[in-house]
Design a binder for this molecule. Structure first.
Ligand code: PEP
Ligand code: MG
Length: 595
């Protein structure tokens, strides 16, 4: 029976803001299924297709179960449900029925599954038992998973999302984010996912409130339920009472008023109160984000994550296709620099066409990914470099290499670049000079070797997201350890300071493009640590600019010193929230103690 009662849940605050809207539950909207007859000679092949899909679904459910099992309250129910779903895939009425439909009726596997689901549902419904009716939904869910694997193509689960919906899903991937039209979405709530994964970054970039780590949300939410997300605190309310709704509507209006005030700053220069100019760039994950970046007053793109070009497709993009896209971005930027990061797949970021090459790894975050993959698959890297070089003839472009851990890797990249340039030269494409080539500093080894790397790099971009992950050995996308993930851990801050200092010594530019660049509470600290360029989600630029304009550099330096003098993250967070004034208080306290 449909519940009417208000229901609250608390999870991980992934993307701030308040959203109010009707639920759109992923997985409860059908997949279009083709139906055709198969010849007798193809029956074995069709059965094999079915069993491959069953194996993949089993594996997917196993992974979900493993993740869900250690979530807080309510997790056992989810784990049990997923286990029941796994049970439906072995020697069950669903599987036997489908096999028979393939063998006897010579139906393709997808259509056979759909027909068998309908048969089971009809027989359960005839018994008039509410428990069995719920099991029929489970059969349907498992069947839909199987069909998706069989189709092996990304269908767009967001096609039917209507204006202002709140997406409710087990998990949202970066590829899903690329498929949806953000204009129709008000926010997301999910069972799985941490605050630092790429889908989370994309939600923040779009300014869409989001909460994850909600184990029972798929069971509690019903299609069309009104939902409130408070992404600042990680709260979610289903079917709110009139009183609750009134409170959040007021909060939403307040927030919109504040945002409007900040937005007025977008044309104002980012200069500290004592006259130090700071460069504020935007990170973009999808080509469609560029307009928002320009509107928010970004002076360039500090990080273009090129992974989107490889998502939601079975093949690799050609050089021409990549060039075409980059050229359009360069033109649209109209003289503002574009920093193109070479492909950073592997780890949590996947591209279908590279699945075979990357393969399985016990530790994907430590495995074949980013530039390691590029150097192993030179054609992949050179195709991309060629497209970037060609785009650089239309405006200022910088090349950024992800996951660099050694000087040798940068030297190898430069050798590939020279090869590519020569080849382009032979094709009659000429350059006035090669674009600057820089390294992402996101592995502790790279930060500690920053002096040596600075000799082979034209610039650095500090990736504090991965730098935190690898320094603290915390999987950034795993909600179970999300509370241990802290970019303000003193060890991470020291590596940032060390990198910035090495860049200054070598006289090369250094920026920071991890998520903390867009955290206004971190602005004074980052400036005090030596950064003069920050790249962030476009929507964060005005608030960070406001901080910069209220700040004098000596204050920022003293504040960073005070922060680095602390030994634990909790005290550091406290200082960041109390603001730069605290460094004076601390200095006074210290003087008192010293007397
Ligand atoms: C980072 O690691 O901080 C970064 C900016 O790159 P990504 O988040 O894409 O890994
Ligand atoms: Mg990174």
């Amino acid at each position: 029976m449909k519940s009417e009662a208000e229901y609250s849940s608390h999870g991980i605050a992934v993307s701030p803001g308040i959203a109010i809207g009707p639920a759109y539950i992923i997985g409860q909207h059908g997949v279009p299924v083709p139906e055709y007859d198969i010849p007798a000679s193809q029956i074995d092949r069709e059965l094999k297709r079915l069993h491959t899909a069953i194996a993949k679904t089993q594996k997917q459910l196993g992974q979900l179960k493993q993740k869900a099992a250690t979530l807080p309250a309510g997790a056992e129910d989810v784990a049990l449900l997923l286990e029941a779903h796994q049970g439906m895939l072995s020697s069950s009425r669903l599987v036997h029925g489908v096999e028979e439909l393939i063998r006897v009726n010579r139906l393709n596997a997808e259509a056979a599954i759909q027909r068998q689901i309908a048969t089971i549902k009809a027989s359960f419904a005839a018994m008039g038992d509410p428990y069995l009716a719920a099991r029929a939904d489970d059969v349907s869910e498992v069947g839909t998973r199987l069909i998706r694997h069989l189709l092996q193509q990304h269908y767009n689960p967001f096609d039917a999302v209507s204006d202002g919906s709140i997406i409710v899903a087990e998990e949202i991937t970066p590829a899903d984010m690329a498929l949806m039209d953000p204009k129709n979405v008000a926010g997301f709530i999910t069972v799985l996912g941490g605050a630092e994964g790429h889908a989370a970054i994309m939600a923040r970039a779009l300014g869409l409130p989001s909460v994850s780590g909600l184990p029972d949300i798929m069971q509690q939410a019903q299609v069309g339920d009104m939902i409130i997300i408070d992404g600042r605190k990680g709260d979610v309310i289903l079917r709110p009472s009139a009183e609750t709704l009134h409170y959040y509507r007021q909060e939403l209006t307040k927030k919109q008023r504040e945002d409007k005030k900040l937005w007025a700053l977008r044309e104002t220069p980012a200069i500290t109160a004592d006259g130090t100019p700071i460069t504020l760039c935007a990170n973009i994950e999808l080509a469609r984000d560029l307009d928002a970046a320009i509107e928010a007053g970004a002076t360039g793109i500090g990080l273009l994550r090129t992974e989107f070009m490889f998502m939601n497709r079975p093949d690799l993009p050609s050089e021409e296709e990549q060039y075409d896209l980059l050229r359009k971005l360069v033109h649209r930027l109209d003289g503002r620099p574009l920093t193109v990061r070479t492909l950073d797949v592997g780890g949590e970021k996947l591209a279908t066409a590279l699945g075979q090459v990357i393969g399985e790894s016990a530790n994907p975050a430590l495995g074949l990914r980013a530039i390691r993959l590029g150097l192993k698959e030179p054609k992949l890297l050179e195709t991309q470099l060629s497209a970037i070089l060609r785009a650089s003839t239309h405006g200022p472009v910088r090349i950024l290499i992800p996951m660099v851990s050694s000087v040798a890797q940068m030297k190898q990249v430069r050798e590939h670049l020279v090869q590519v340039e020569r080849r382009l030269h032979r094709r009659g494409i000429k350059f006035s000079g090669l674009p600057p080539v820089g390294a992402m500093i996101e592995i502790p080894a790279a930060a500690l070797a920053a002096d040596a790397l600075a000799r082979v790099c034209d610039f650095f971009a500090i990736g504090s997201n991965d730098l935190t992950q690898y320094t603290l050995a915390i999987d950034r996308g795993d909600e179970r350890v999300a509370e241990l993930y802290d970019p303000f851990h003193p060890a991470v801050l020291r590596l940032i300071q060390f990198t910035a200092a090495a860049a200054w010594r070598a006289n090369i530019p250094v920026s920071l493009c991890g998520e903390i660049a867009g955290d206004r509470f971190a602005t004074a600290l980052l400036l005090g640590l030596g950064l003069r360029e920050l790249s962030m989600a476009a929507l964060r630029i005005p608030a960070v600019k406001q901080e910069i304009r209220d700040l004098a550099m000596p204050q920022a330096v003293a504040f960073a010193e005070a922060v680095l003098g602390q030994s634990d993250e909790a005290t550091i967070r406290g200082l960041l929230h109390r603001g730069v004034g605290t460094s004076d208080e601390l200095a006074k306290e210290k003087r008192k103690k010293d007397k």
